[in-house]
Each structure stands twice: as structure tokens, then as C-alpha cells.
Design a protein. Sequence first.
Length: 81
Amino acid sequence: MAGRDDNSSPGNVLFEFSPMGGQMRVVAIDEATGIEVVLIAPLRASQHQMQTLALAKLRRRLGGIEPEPAPPPTPIRGKLV
């Protein structure tokens, strides 16, 4: 990919694909900052699908957007011993 439009758009992105059993480990690395994201995808997903997902995850990471917090745990009923 060419130049940056804003802080959330990566410049050149390197992709690494490593098969792991029935899954593929995909790493996307922003060349300028060295920031990387990792995802695990099923082998039946196409390379394009894996790259698109990894790039979206990298853009989110570079944009500094934090994921939504997990919902609070369900209260435990009864008595803890």
C-alpha cells in the first residue's frame, strides 16, 4: 500500500502466513512503525479474506481505538464455600 492518509492508515504492510495444524497464523506488520497484529484463521478462508481481516485489525490498532470492554460477569448465585 502507498502513503498514509491519516494515522489509522498503514503505509507498506508486510504479511506473514504460517500454517498451524488446521489453522493459519497471519501476521500483518506496518513497515513504518513496526506495529504488528496477529490473527488465527481457518485454512478454508482465502488469502484475500485473511489479508483483509488482518489489515482491518492493523488499521484499528494504528488508530488507537480500544476494543469495547467485556460485559460484566454474571453474578454467581448461591453460597461460595
